[in-house]
Design a protein around this ligand. Structure first.
Ligand code: SF4
Length: 67
């Protein structure tokens, strides 16, 4: 893989923020480590529901534990 540009699209922010990620080796390594932590957390269901204005239309209400 040879990424040209990396961007995190923060779906949790109200304005749909796009966060650019620098593509030098150090930043890429940090980004890979962050992705691994997210994947590990998801696999182990290690996340807390973050309730907000989207909950009313969310399909996962009964699954996420916010009820
Ligand atoms: S219902 Fe749960 S998963 Fe859906 S937006 Fe709210 S906190 Fe997130």
């Amino acid at each position: 893989m040879n990424p040209v540009r990396l961007t995190i699209h923060d779906l949790d922010s109200d304005d749909g923020a796009a966060i650019p990620v620098e593509t030098d080796e150090r930043e890429l390594d940090l980004f890979k480590e962050q992705i691994c932590r997210w994947i590990y957390g998801i696999k182990n269901q290690g996340f807390e529901p973050k309730t907000g204005h989207l909950c009313g239309t969310c399909d996962f209400t009964k699954l996420c534990g916010s009820e």
